[in-house]
Design a protein around this ligand. Structure first.
Ligand SMILES: Nc1nc2c(ncn2[C@@H]2O[C@H](COP(=O)(O)OP(=O)(O)OP(=O)(O)O)[C@@H](O)[C@H]2O)c(=O)[nH]1
Ligand SMILES: [Mg+2]
Length: 302
């Protein structure tokens, strides 16, 4: 075959909670993949999004924010992020442009053997900083803290400089054929995206500890003919009866809102009419219950 050599590789997005890793994943892939919220610790598992370019394929791996987890779920989230950097071709360490230079903390990169793979610092949320020269002390602090191959300021929100970041990533990737077929956006099953879409709406419509106490299990996902639709049945698990009440809301209003919003997202995602049936269950202390965690799909995938 003629033409330029094809490049392909895995790129991990790591960093503290809430710095915008998932927003960046969505921006770089060009599709809404990972769920985003204003609150920290939104992402719980390793999430992949695949960007296809004419002569490159980039598999982005979004991770839970680096954070000392106390529950078993927290430990699994931390391990997921640690493992993610072990077998990728490039690591992007994401931090906020508003971070104080003296607070730059690269300790999360310590597990990485020096020289094992290129590590980029991605200084996100530059839209919050003006003039741009104010970024210089932070970039200098990054340079002093770790041997980053590149330090790239971007705004995942506005897209500023994200094409340049993508170009640098592609340039640093190994030459090899694609890992996945052209049409695939992810290597995760449909049920995972359904559960995430529902979880995002819970983050949006409930408060305080409630979204953190929720897990979603998809119990049925079938394609139906006449009329053609995707029939989905899912159950949201909470830890206490009181949370169940909050989630359901007065006369079921909150659960209904969650379902309506999730259905709209899923119809966009799958490109087909969706029928979504939601129920709520209580599973005491599931975040520390090994069996429940496995049942809800929390296990190390790499
Ligand atoms: N102003 C601004 N806000 C951003 C930008 N990128 C992300 N955000 C916001 O930052 C918040 C956190 O974004 P996420 O993408 O969920 O952050 P995360 O790093 O994935 O967080 P965890 O999954 O909890 O580790 C959201 O409210 C985003 O809208 C950006 O470039 N500019
Ligand atoms: Mg996230």
């Amino acid at each position: 075959m003629a033409g330029a050599a094809h490049r392909a590789g895995f790129v991990a997005l790591v960093g503290r909670p809430n710095v915008g890793k998932s927003t960046l994943l969505n921006r770089l892939v060009g599709e809404k993949m990972a769920i985003v919220s204003r609150r920290p610790q939104t992402t719980r598992t390793r999430i992949t999004g695949i960007k296809h370019l004419p002569s490159a394929q980039v598999v982005f791996v979004d991770t839970p924010g680096l954070h000392a987890g106390r529950s078993r779920l927290g430990e699994l989230m931390a391990k997921t992020a640690e493992r993610a950097v072990e077998d990728v071709d490039i690591v992007c360490f994401v931090l906020e442009a508003t971070e104080k230079p003296e607070r730059v903390d690269t300790s999360g990169l310590e597990g990485l053997r020096p020289g094992r793979c290129p590590v980029f610092a991605v200084v996100n949320k530059t839209d919050l900083v003006a003039p741009k020269s104010k970024l210089l002390p932070l970039m200098a602090a990054c340079r002093a803290a770790f041997a980053f191959q590149e330090i790239v300021p971007v705004s995942a929100e506005t897209g500023e400089n994200c094409d340049r970041l993508l170009g640098l990533i592609v340039g640093a990737m190994p030459e090899r054929p694609p890992y996945f077929p052209r049409e695939s956006l992810t290597d995760q099953p449909e049920t995972f995206w359904v559960a995430e879409a529902i979880r995002e709406k819970i983050f949006r419509l409930t408060h305080q500890e409630v979204p953190y106490a929720c897990a979603v299990r998809v119990e049925e996902l079938t394609e139906r003919k006449r009329p053609e639709c995707l029939y989905i049945r899912a159950r949201i698990f909470v830890e206490h009866d009181s949370q169940k009440g909050i989630l359901i809301g007065k006369s079921g209003a909150t659960l209904k809102q969650i379902g309506t919003a999730a259905r709209a997202d899923l119809e966009r995602f799958f490109g087909i009419k969706v029928f979504l049936e939601l129920a709520v269950g209580v599973r005491h202390k599931w975040r520390t219950d090994e069996r429940a965690l496995r049942e809800f799909g929390f296990h190390l995938t790499s």
